[in-house]
Design a protein around this ligand. Structure first.
Ligand code: HEC
Length: 162
């Protein structure tokens, strides 16, 4: 890495008749074609690490691209984690404190999957589910659109263990 001190050293020893081997090595690395390197030192401090800047740009671009390409998938997953996972679990197992209390079934089980009918499920998620007057699942009609709920019901399919 270029050191302020090294360059100063190389320049100030330019006039020396017999430079020491260490100084000569520094000179050959930095001095060629640059008789007065000192004034240019300022440019080094403005941008101390071009590599870091490049990394930041590349990371930024990758993030932007990722957002554009995966936005729909992230939406349904985000909705699941925000509204549903507290009971049904991130993995659909229903193995959460609230899920156990409410009686959420294990959506990894193919038999449970088979019992879920999309039209019925849409109605149930919109209006909520009650058993003996006790709420099992709260209604989501005011929080999510029909399309969002349909997406979530389709998303549940991916939990099935074949
Ligand atoms: C308060 C806990 C709770 C939350 C939060 C919750 N559920 Fe449920 N849900 C249940 C329970 C309990 C059942 C009935 C047992 C079962 O099927 O797991 C159920 C049933 C379902 C069913 C099956 C309906 C049917 O017709 O068989 C679907 C589909 C479903 N939930 C989707 C969702 C979605 C999507 C969300 C998020 C928007 C959600 N649930 C949020 C507790 C919850």
């Amino acid at each position: 890495m270029l050191q302020h001190g090294d360059e100063m050293n190389a320049a100030s020893t330019n006039q020396q008749a017999v430079p020491s081997p260490r100084v000569r090595a520094t000179k050959s690395a930095l001095a060629p074609g640059r008789p007065f390197p000192q004034p240019f030192n300022s440019s080094l401090s403005i941008n101390p690490s071009p590599t870091k800047t490049m990394k930041a740009i590349v990371t930024g671009l990758a993030l932007m691209l990722g957002t554009v390409l995966y936005a729909p998938a992230a939406d349904v997953e985000a909705n699941w984690n925000k509204h549903c996972a507290s009971c049904h679990g991130k993995d659909g197992s229903g193995d959460t404190k609230m899920g156990k209390k409410a009686g959420a079934k294990d959506y990894r089980d193919p038999a449970v999957q088979a019992s879920i009918k999309p039209e019925v499920a849409l109605k149930n998620v919109k209006q909520g589910m009650k058993e003996d007057g006790k709420e099992k699942m709260k209604p989501f009609a005011d929080k999510l659109s029909d399309d969002e709920i349909k997406e979530l019901i389709a998303y549940i399919k991916k939990f099935e263990k074949k």
